[in-house]
Design a protein around this ligand. Sequence first.
Ligand code: 5RP
Length: 219
Amino acid sequence: MTQDEMKQAVARAAVDYVKGGIIGVGTGSTANYFIDELAKVKGRIDGAVASSEATANRLKSHGIEVLDLNSVGGMEIYVDGADEITRNYHMIKGGGGALTREKIVAACAKYFICVADQTKLVDVLGKFPLPVEVIPMARSYVARELVKLGGQPKLREGFTTDNGNVILDVHGLSILDPVALESEINQLTGVVTNGLFARRPADVLLLGTENGVDTYKDI
Ligand code: 5RP
């Protein structure tokens, strides 16, 4: 199986978790495959909350109603990919730059279903540069503080988030305590959020492998 075929396989498997109500939907190529599968069962759901403008557009193109998070009480599941995930379900996300909205929608869901291919499973987070969304005027200050934490921040050139901010991708971290580092970086003035999803990890991991989909669950 190619990496894309693994992504498609986990997207299909995630549909088993769609029982009805409102679905939270992530961003990225794996989430896009999930949206395409969700379209096939759209009669089952009342609508979706999108974690980015790109996801909202793809949902709408399939005729799936996109709801404002503020008009929704909560949701049973949030389905999204990851850039890295550990066996403790801690993740790095934000390769597509949608980390803040992803974290907000995930916070409102009872279960986070992570859909990923086997290349994303790691023992220690940090080989993938950690995205940090920053208010533009704080960019240099936050970069200096991230250096003090042992990272090498690089501005994601030519990229603005859906919230009008910039992203610093932090290289060179070996993240042994993701819960602590997530909090520490979020405490820096000017940081909107960072791509560590450890304080609220995934609950289910659907991992695409050459032999099919492996399911890891914490529920
Ligand atoms: C976007 C994300 C994505 O979930 C992450 O980058 C994985 O993407 P893909 O499914 O394309 O590999 O966090 O902000």
